[in-house]
Design a protein around this ligand. Structure first.
Ligand code: C5P
Length: 244
């Protein structure tokens, strides 16, 4: 079977399981460095769906706040930062390297703990999932709480995880490739600190949704993780179709 027809076959399975006329939503959640972003992008490409990196939304608010010298404790500053990103939100901004610094990462998890910010960003995420841009037949969103809070009715939910050591190693290698000199132990400490904040905040903490499939990528590379995810999706939809 050629690559093209194999892709068509995957799509057919999804459509048979779901009904061809519905908009498919795939939720990929997990902590930093779990490989959720790579997996979500690959799935979106495979099925021809649009992809949203929801962490980038929190990062964009954090960057706007840092650039305005605002405080995360000041609601007015947060409001200004939110308005700035609502006006300037483009696919280019969401991919920008400016969002990938350690300062922005830490600030993103602080702004993400503010219910006021989360609520404003929920609307953007839900609208994207329900009406994927460019008329796509579905959307893939990655984040921390997509399957649990943002879109609990998502058709497929995968929670991607890996040990903190493996995640820190991945992040460390990424930083080395960009020429940033860092200490592995510092990267690990920052990952653990961000996990703690994301898991223990009151406003939609990072949790595994009840009906999510857990995919541990500690000993998997990206192609292996993708192949496991495809197995999960096929199993779910072949089973769903068989039960009809
Ligand atoms: O996924 P990423 O590391 O880019 O996310 C940055 C921060 O944004 C996370 O540490 C988390 O606090 C927050 N976030 C969130 N909910 C999401 C996505 C990200 O709280 N759906």
């Amino acid at each position: 079977m050629g690559l093209h027809s194999f892709r068509e076959y995957d799509r057919e399975i999804l459509e048979e399981g779901l009904g061809a006329d519905v908009n498919v939503v795939i939720a990929i959640d997990g902590p930093a460095g779990s490989g959720k972003g790579t997996l979500a992008r690959q799935l979106a490409k495979r099925f021809g769906y649009t992809y949203l990196d929801t962490g980038a939304l929190y990062r964009a608010v954090a960057l706007a706040l840092l650039e305005a010298n605002g405080s995360v404790k000041n609601e007015r500053d947060l409001e200004v930062a939110l308005n700035t990103i609502k006006k300037n939100l483009t696919p280019e901004l969401l991919k920008s390297n400016l969002l990938r610094t350690e300062d922005v990462s830490q600030m993103a998890s602080k702004v993400a703990a503010e219910p006021f910010v989360r609520k404003a960003l929920f609307d953007i995420q839900r609208d994207f999932a329900a009406n994927p841009p460019n008329g796509a037949a579905g959307a893939v969103l990655d984040g921390r709480d997509i399957g649990s809070v943002v879109y609990p009715h998502a058709d497929i939910k995968i929670f991607v995880t890996a040990s903190p050591e493996v995640r820190a190693e991945r992040r460390y290698k990424e930083l080395q490739l960009t020429g940033t000199s860092v200490d592995y132990d510092v990267v690990l400490a920052e990952i653990v600190e961000r996990d703690e904040r994301d898991k223990n905040r009151e406003a939609s903490p990072m949790v595994v949704a009840e009906d999510a499939f857990v995919l541990d990528t500690s000993s998997l590379d990206a192609p292996e993780a993708f192949s496991h995810a495809m197995d999960i999706i096929r199993a779910q939809f072949i089973d769903a179709t068989d039960e009809k």
